[in-house]
Unconditional design. Structure first.
Length: 97
């Protein structure tokens, strides 16, 4: 079951696979067959991160680049965000919407 806080490798189009943080809850995925995700940033990270960039295990997920993808585009579950990181992601969504 895909749920908020899961980290997956996802096919986000153009043969590009990247780690993503799942932002949507399982009920949303079941009803829509889509998943709201925050992709991992590519490239150099700045020392000071804005609140909508969520660091987890050496990667930074960009809530400001959130989008939905079909649930079948999530390929492999590779981890789970700590509860504190999942809470920061929820706060970031509220702050930018």
């Amino acid at each position: 079951m895909i749920d908020a806080g899961d980290i997956y490798i996802a096919d986000i189009g153009r043969d590009r696979r990247t780690p993503v943080l799942v932002l949507s809850i399982a009920d949303f995925t079941l009803a829509s067959r889509r998943v709201l995700i925050a992709p991992a940033q590519v490239g150099k990270q700045t020392a000071e991160l804005p609140p909508w960039h969520i660091p987890i295990d050496g990667q930074v997920f960009s809530v400001d680049r959130a989008r939905t993808v079909r649930a079948d585009r999530l390929l492999d579950r590779v981890g789970r965000a700590p509860p504190s990181a999942a809470m920061r992601a929820r706060r970031a969504i509220r702050a930018i919407t």
